[in-house]
Design a protein around this ligand. Structure first.
Ligand code: PGA
Ligand code: ZN
Length: 435
């Protein structure tokens, strides 16, 4: 039975307000039906910058006197007044049951009444409270198959686009250290490469300041140079590009889309067609050890996405982020239209744990991969680490080699691997489509 629900305004990694919720559950102590204890689960929601248009609504106050309009006191009040009033004293039999009750209480298709930030905070906090009440780690509570896979961390070592104040158009340049026996070794390879990259940038006279996700954000001569310095760093760290560590790119193409063409908005300001952008990806994939391309086309360019998929679906993993928004209804449309072969999973794009898992299950049924993701605005909350292991997604992106809110997820994955011992299998290269 839920004994208390409470939310407060806390801060994310960009120093913007976000919603933290606590759900307390009254549970009987093992072996005694009479003595009850209160178990509290707590969770914080993240926040994106390059958001998809069809994401569930992140409710902000828009009061210019507080945090430049970014306050979340309305969402917090929705938890403390509306959700708490309705749910306190109630008993739910499953995560689905409480999540569907939350969806029903909101009543809108995009969670705009209560706010997806209010709803997700409660949904995740309930999951944590239930896991604790059942005396199990969160990854076991969220797991259905009895199988646990440790993921390849795709580390975003160079940041551009909307995530950094530099001249790089494409948003994320990630390294995937897949040739490792375990997550622990994989993260070591990633960190060694991250540090090698820092010294290379330093030597070249580039800035080693970091962007929102902890990757470096230098001003470079071209977008290609971002790939080239990373390849140099992989060598310097003692690894072979392609064999040990491959690359994943998220250009966040929706940010470059203007009605019917793309603009390299930070470097040359050049205009390119969908076909032109596809040519760039095709030549990059031939030239470089790229195994995953996320949002290679914009969310409103389904024709471009179709061209991209037809040409490259048997070569690399093509992940849809903005185009699907972790939404099962939109993903179904994409599956029917033959778009992408993988879906990015962000809990706050859809707004409940249950719908996130529905999207993951739909993807698997249709032979799509799931790539689990943080947001550019994050917190110390580590739910996605557990979710990745629980759903056997095999790969996740949760930032570069530094910044506490990113490292929190890596540390949680290290803990999980340690705890699982031999029963934890590291996904390796086969976690990626076509590998
Ligand atoms: P966001 O970026 O969290 O700012 O939306 C991440 C991404 O585009 O994958
Ligand atoms: Zn993306």
């Amino acid at each position: 039975k839920i004994s208390k629900i409470y939310a407060r305004e806390v801060l994310d990694s960009r120093g913007n307000p976000t919603v933290e919720a606590e759900v307390s559950i009254e549970a009987p102590i093992k072996g005694s039906k009479k003595i009850v204890r209160n178990i509290k689960g707590r969770s914080i929601v993240p926040s994106g910058a390059s958001t998809g248009e069809l994401e569930a609504v992140e409710l902000r106050d828009n009061d210019p006197k507080r945090y430049g309009g970014k306050g979340v006191s309305l969402a917090v009040n929705n938890v403390n007044k509306i959700i708490a009033n309705q749910f306190t004293g109630k008993e739910f039999n499953s995560q689905q049951e409480i999540d569907h009750a939350l969806i029903h209480l909101d009543g809108t298709p995009n969670k705009s009444k209560l706010g997806a930030n209010a709803i997700l905070a409660v949904s995740m906090a309930y999951a944590r409270a239930m896991a604790a009440a059942l005396d199990m780690p969160l990854y076991r509570y969220l797991n259905k198959s009895g199988k646990f896979t440790m993921p390849v961390p795709c580390m975003n070592v160079i940041n551009g686009g909307k995530h950094a104040d530099n001249n790089v158009d494409f948003q994320e340049f990630m390294i995937a250290p897949h040739n490792a026996p375990s997550f622990k070794e994989s993260i070591r390879m990633g960190e060694e490469t991250f540090h090698a990259l820092k010294s290379i940038l330093n030597k070249k006279g580039y800035s080693t300041g970091v962007g929102d996700e902890g990757g470096f954000a230098p001003n470079l001569k071209s977008n290609e140079e971002a790939v080239e310095v990373i390849l140099e760093a992989i060598h310097k760290a003692g690894y072979t590009p392609g064999k040990d560590i491959s690359l994943c790119i998220d250009p966040a193409s929706s940010e470059m889309w203007e009605d019917d063409h793309y603009v390299l908005f930070k470097s040359t300001k050049e205009k390119i067609s969908s076909e032109g952008l596809l040519k760039i990806w095709d030549s990059w994939i031939q030239q470089y050890p790229i195994i995953l391309l996320e949002d290679g086309m914009a969310e409103n360019d389904w024709e471009g996405w179709k061209l991209l998929t037809d040409q490259l679906k048997n070569k690399v993993e093509l992940t849809g982020d903005d185009i699907f928004c972790t939404n099962p209804a939109i993903l179904q449309k994409g599956i029917d239209a033959g778009i992408a072969n993988s879906v990015l999973i962000k809990l706050n794009q859809i707004g409940t744990v249950t719908e996130t898992i529905d999207t993951i299950e739909m993807a698997y049924k249709n032979n799509y991969n799931c790539f689990i993701s943080h947001r550019s605005g994050e917190t110390e909350d580590t739910t996605i680490a557990d979710l990745t292991v629980a759903t056997n997604a095999g790969h996740l992106k949760t930032g570069s080699g530094c910044r506490g809110e990113r490292i929190a997820k890596f540390n949680q994955l290290l803990r999980i691997e340690d705890e699982l011992g031999k029963s934890a299998k590291f996904a390796g290269l086969k976690a990626f489509k076509n590998q």
